[in-house]
Write a protein that binds this ligand. Structure first.
Ligand SMILES: [Zn+2]
Ligand SMILES: [Zn+2]
Length: 195
């Protein structure tokens, strides 16, 4: 099916699929300090971040992502107290996706690094262009001109609509990262130590 993108980690152990629903996604670059910290935590910044420190994500509903192989090579970390869960592979230290800490929130930010495309054009055709570039104030070097300094406020109504639609359509489930309400693996918490 042409709206399905194959997902594969850098070493090929973790595999899955992502359903692309153009009306239910945000193709984003996030330059925030936590996404950069996550890449550092994985000790894999060169493979994960672009030259400005951006992580490329496709934000969509958990029900659209499926992991079919390598589930035992998945781990997750919470960088800050009450922060999002950041799921990654342990075989090759690649990001998989970000989710909220609660399984009923219909949101997942899938790493574009997993997505397999034959050409850049195929990627553009399937995902569409990057429409949201956020948190440019954390850029490595000079802030690129097309990146919003923080979070673009024009997106807030779109995100609210996306969340409400996801709740109404129950798109938080099934999630590849939760068994019911319980995270599929123990979350490593870095943020609970008060500094
Ligand atoms: Zn791997
Ligand atoms: Zn971020």
């Amino acid at each position: 099916m042409d709206n399905i993108v194959v997902l594969k980690c850098a070493c090929g152990t973790v595999k899955g699929t992502l359903k692309i629903v153009p009306s239910s996604l945000f193709h984003a670059h996030c330059l925030c300090c936590d996404c950069q910290r996550f890449a550092k935590y994985l000790n894999n910044e060169k493979s994960i971040l672009d030259e400005h420190g951006a992580s490329e994500l496709l934000q969509t509903y958990p029900a659209y992502m499926n992991i079919s192989e390598g589930e035992d090579q998945i781990s997750a970390v919470q960088l800050t107290h009450k922060g999002i869960y950041r799921w990654h592979t342990t075989c090759c230290n690649m990001p998989l996706a970000n989710t909220m800490g609660a399984s009923h929130i219909p949101f997942i930010g899938v790493s574009a690094k997993l997505m397999q495309f034959a050409t850049e054009q195929e990627k553009l055709d399937k995902l569409g262009p990057v429409t949201m570039k956020a948190f440019g104030k954390y850029a490595i070097g000079e802030m690129p001109k097309d990146v919003h300094e923080k979070f673009p406020t024009s997106y807030i109504p779109k995100i609210i609509y996306f969340m409400l639609k996801g709740m109404l359509l129950k798109k938080s489930k099934p999630s590849p990262f939760f068994n019911g309400k319980v995270p599929a693996v123990k979350i490593k918490r870095l943020g609970n130590v008060k500094s």
